[in-house]
Design a protein around this ligand. Structure first.
Ligand SMILES: Cc1ncc(COP(=O)(O)O)c(C=O)c1O
Length: 488
């Protein structure tokens, strides 16, 4: 084959993907909508794509790039003279490392002795990103779930305070939260955490490159807030860099040591890793660096303000659509829509109707809070620079989709399936049994149906461990080999 033929094959593979550009995919991708950003990022990425960020002494250029990115983040987000940071592969890795560092601090300070038996705890308002649940799973912490206010969807300081015992290794707040785009009371929670001697992480993965440029943020949320010990911010989101770049800031170097790994315990080269990976791609870092240098503070401020104005207009317009309401007070560039009243529009059906009109609006199933009132199903919209110019078209399609969704039967889980699932021990299920259950649930072969509302309704109705096993089963089917062995 010629290189052109190979590239044509790749292009053909993309035909089934949701668009990465144009602003209609309102989750997963971030399009600035500004000419030149992509070309610059691609050129910078190409220049560094063979460089290995594993060893910054062999590639001092990478050390400099990382230092500049950390410096920019610290400057933007309230860092002080002692602030240090690490460039990671994304939001999840930044969150993982923040938890690892806090666990190590808890251990070093005699956590087990102070708290007696048991594992360290990660105190999570339920709206904290799922990456923290992954961290607890990987690093063996117990999650202390804390209910949020069911109306504002913000963390409740009094409820968080109740979880700050001797086993608490870290408390997390979001700026803003992914599900609803609302700002947690960072100052109050961080003060409570500090008084209890517990570190406090601000997850600004999605908002950290937007909020500092706005003048209507209700309260401080960054590293300058007393009690905040670390903060994560993703450059591959509103830094408009290609995938694979985030920054974890740490208030002082001692804490950062907790997520570094160093070994001389093998016959190979001495290994010191600040992140989870060994070999690390430098391309995304160079691209983030280039985009940041080019757009600069003014470029980002202009993008953030235009996107925020579009978000406010979108929220106002969506709230005026009969049967819909906006959840809480969105502070950044995310909006969550919910059904307004018992006769309102079902948002899971609305997501399907939006898909049919060319928009990816992300459905979030209803959630039963442990120890708190239930949170409704919502539709999540991430507004980026490219969406900003299309708000009128989006609102028109949303109103049309809402009318169509109102005509559909409400999605309900098959009661027989739910009753049968209640008797299942998910840990005992074989892969073949999971396949069979997925067939019954309408997602056999890992092929998702055109209408996903019934599937989301089922996921919400199943016992959580069963739902989680089935979700893994869908992925298992998607990745089951179906390709030819070796090309050529
Ligand atoms: C608040 C927040 N934290 C963490 C993450 C995880 O980031 P990533 O998908 O880059 O791993 C996200 C992603 O949307 C997020 O919004």
């Amino acid at each position: 084959m010629t290189p052109q033929e190979v590239l044509a094959e790749l292009t053909a593979l993309q035909a089934g993907d949701v668009p990465t550009h144009g602003g209609s995919t309102m989750a997963y991708v971030y399009d600035s909508g500004r000419a030149g950003v992509e070309d610059l990022a691609a050129a910078a990425q190409a220049a560094f794509q063979w460089t290995n960020a594993l060893d910054p002494t062999a590639f001092p250029s990478v050390a400099r790039i990382e230092d500049d990115l950390v410096g920019a983040a610290a400057d933007l987000l309230g860092g002080g003279p002692a602030t240090v940071g690490t460039v990671t592969s994304g939001g999840t890795e930044s969150c993982l490392l923040a938890v690892l560092a806090a666990r190590e601090r808890w251990r070093a300070r005699g956590g087990y002795r102070r708290g007696g038996s048991g594992r360290p705890r990660l105190v999570l308002p339920v709206t904290a990103h799922a990456a923290f649940r992954k961290a607890a799973h990987l690093f063996d912490l117990e999650v202390a779930d804390v209910a949020v206010d069911p109306d504002t969807c913000r963390a409740l300081p009094a409820a968080v305070a109740g979880a700050l015992d001797d086993r608490a290794a870290l408390v997390v707040v979001s700026a803003p939260s992914y599900p609803h785009g609302v700002l947690d009371p960072v100052g109050e929670v961080a003060a409570l955490a500090a008084a209890a001697g517990v570190p406090c992480h601000v997850d600004a993965c999605i908002g950290g490159w937007v909020l500092p440029f706005l003048d209507d943020v209700p309260e401080p949320f960054d590293l300058s807030v007393p009690g905040v010990t670390s903060l994560s911010v993703d450059l591959h989101k509103y830094g408009y860099a290609p995938k694979g770049v985030s920054v974890l800031l740490t208030a002082e170097p001692e804490l950062r040591q907790g997520h570094w790994f160093s070994t001389a315990g093998w016959p190979g080269y001495p290994v010191v890793n600040p992140t989870l990976a060994g070999t690390r791609p430098a391309g995304p870092m160079a691209a983030a660096w280039a985009v940041h240098r080019w757009l600069g503070r003014d470029g980002y401020a202009e993008l953030a303000r235009a996107t925020r104005a579009a978000t406010v207009a979108l929220a106002g317009g969506a709230a005026a659509i009969p049967g819909l309401r906006v959840v809480g007070t969105p502070v950044a560039t995310l909006v969550a829509l919910a059904q307004d009243g018992p006769d309102g529009v079902d948002v899971l059906n609305l997501a399907d109707e939006a898909t049919a009109r060319g928009w990816l609006l992300q459905p979030q199933p209803p959630f039963a809070q442990p120890g708190g009132a239930d949170l409704p199903a919502t539709l999540h919209l991430t507004v980026t620079g490219a969406t900003a110019g299309r708000v009128d078209a989006l609102l028109a399609d949303l109103a049309d989709a809402a009318r169509a969704a109102a005509e559909l039967p409400r999605p309900v889980a098959d009661p027989d399936l739910v009753a049968a699932a209640a008797t299942i021990d998910p840990a005992a299920l074989t892969v073949a049994e999971v396949d069979a259950l997925l067939e019954l649930a309408g997602v056999g072969g890992g092929r998702l149906p055109e209408r996903m509302a019934p599937v989301h309704a089922l996921v919400a109705a199943l016992p959580r461990p069963v739902a989680e096993r089935l979700l893994a089963g869908v992925l298992d089917l998607v990745y089951r080999p179906r390709r030819a062995a070796f090309s050529g």
